[in-house]
Design a protein around this ligand. Structure first.
Ligand code: AHR
Length: 504
């Protein structure tokens, strides 16, 4: 951030300046992507129930989940993993379902994977939601041939063995699939490779994945874990920018440590503080990875794709540890709001992000239980923030009051602003201070503003959450604490809240 511009009002309160007509890069809607893995009850139960299920479905896909996801204008959906992707052989998931092999999902709970949800089902899901598919190929245990044939199967319209096979399986016309990941976490579950070895492998895969017809592939290399700056450097140095369109980054917010992560609902203020502090760390990660990318790709051709992010807690008591099922509270609404503000503010380089995961796994936006479905606080944040999709970023320059806890300080407020195609300005704020209401004022410069309204997500308890018996404890409501006096906008952010204001 540059110099903080501020003026002092008569009451000696700091007023920050917001130039509403000075816009920067476009906030790609793809920052608002989701991720669905063959893990626990994300796919099976959460999305796919099969055509014979009593649960209302369209060709086996839950209608309630599709209807909810449509509310988010979901821009893209990553599949089939995650770690599962580097063990997945796509040909197991095509053709008559009764002939598909049953196998073990070795990564996630050792359960039977019957392959009933495969390529056709995933692409049907994307069509039903109206979202763009993002397919992650298998580099770890697959082959170049396997991945290049998958691209051919899905996207080739002419005469070829793969296009013919697709037609035999009931799909005459090819699909359009732009986003392709080349492996997942290849420094870990995707093959335990070194960065240099992966970079060479990536080039082999990228070479043989072809553009068919007018389908242009957007190839995403498996990028670093958290602060592995060497991985980013090696990749950027060794892979020419015309061979890759994006590099992924994975980082999860874990309040304590990987052995004992902490409970999703029963947490202390220590753990709350650490969750927010570790979420804010995403800003440093993105900044430092982007600056490495800048050295090799000054024209920013290659996007930074944060294709796994979110809070990761201990699983709920008495659930399968391999299913990663965790509740979601107001704390998670803050985690989502802070991360999304960070990506918006770095939209010159961050072109995509995918929360982990969409249904019933980690920081999900939806929970299902049998025929029931509920929405999480994180869902409401995604719904509230959709005003930023493809809007022009308005850079913000302000100083947040601190949230101080046991001698440590972090900024309490995060924010991002944008102007949409209709000229409406939206600002999203998070106040992570668990006890203090924070008042802030902005002098609005640029186009005249006559009206302000907004929405808020908050609750009295930090661990407030929605359950199947009480599904609307945390949800979006109208926000009435924004005031416009001439061109001064004053907002009051309640403790632990996510707020969106709209200026007309
Ligand atoms: O999202 C759960 C897992 O986290 C993914 O499978 C993997 O890529 C990451 O380690």
């Amino acid at each position: 951030m540059g110099m903080v511009l501020s003026v002092l009002s008569a009451q000696m309160k700091q007023v920050f300046i917001l130039n509403t007509d000075m816009t920067a890069d476009t906030i790609s809607r793809h920052i608002y992507g989701n991720f669905s893995e063959h893990l626990g009850h994300c796919i099976y139960g959460g999305i796919w129930v099969g055509e014979d299920s009593q649960i209302p479905n369209t060709r086996g896909i839950r209608n309630d989940v599709v209807t909810a996801l449509k509310r988010l204008n979901l821009p893209n959906l990553r599949w089939p993993g995650g770690c599962f992707a580097d063990e997945y052989h796509w040909m197991d998931g095509i053709g008559p379902r009764e002939n598909r092999p049953r196998m073990v999902n070795t990564h996630w709970g050792g359960v039977v994977e019957d392959n009933s949800f495969g390529t056709h089902e995933f692409l049907d899901l994307c069509e039903q939601i109206g979202t763009e598919p993002y397919i992650c190929g298998n580099l770890g245990s697959g082959s170049v041939e396997e991945m290049s044939k998958w691209v051919e199967y899905i996207t080739f319209d002419g005469e070829s063995p793969m296009a013919e096979l697709r037609r035999q399986n009931g799909r005459e016309k090819p699909w359009k699939v732009k986003f392709w990941g080349v492996g997942n976490e290849n420094w870990g579950c995707g093959g335990n490779m070194t960065a240099a070895f992966y970079a060479d492998q990536y080039k082999r895969y990228a070479t043989y994945c072809r553009n068919y017809g007018d389908n242009r592939l957007f190839k995403i290399a498996g990028g670093p874990n958290t602060d592995d700056y060497n991985w980013m450097e090696t990749l950027m140095k060794n892979v020419p920018s015309h061979m890759m369109n994006g590099v992924s980054l994975h980082y999860y917010t874990v309040p304590d440590n990987w052995q004992n992560k902490g409970s999703a609902t029963r947490f202390t203020e220590d753990q709350f503080f650490s969750t927010i502090r570790k979420t804010l760390y995403m800003d440093e990660l993105v900044t430092r990875h982007a600056s490495i990318m800048d050295q090799y790709d000054p024209h920013k051709r290659v996007g930074l794709m944060v294709d796994e992010w979110g809070a990761w807690y201990d699983v709920e008591p008495n659930t399968n540890p391999g299913f990663l099922y965790q509740q979601s509270t107001v704390r998670d609404a803050l985690v989502a709001g802070i991360n999304l503000n960070i990506y918006n503010n770095h939209c010159d380089r961050v072109r995509m992000a995918n929360i982990a995961q969409m249904v019933n796994v980690l920081q999900s936006v939806i929970f299902t239980e049998g025929e029931k479905m509920i929405l999480t606080p994180t869902f409401y944040v995604f719904e509230m923030y959709k005003v930023h999709h493809d809007a022009a970023l308005i850079p913000m320059d302000f100083k947040s009051p601190d949230y101080e806890f046991k001698g440590q300080r972090i900024p309490a407020v995060s924010a991002s602003a944008s102007r949409d195609k209709q000229g409406l300005v939206h600002i999203t704020f998070t106040n992570a201070h668990p006890h203090k209401e924070i008042e802030m004022s902005f002098e609005l410069r640029g186009s005249p503003v006559s009206k302000v309204n907004g929405k808020i997500i908050t609750a009295d308890e930090l661990n407030a959450h929605n359950t199947f018996s009480n599904p609307e404890v945390v949800k979006t409501v109208d926000y009435g604490s924004a005031r416009l006096a001439k061109n001064i906008l004053t907002i009051k952010l309640p403790p632990a809240s996510v707020v969106m204001v709209e200026l007309k």
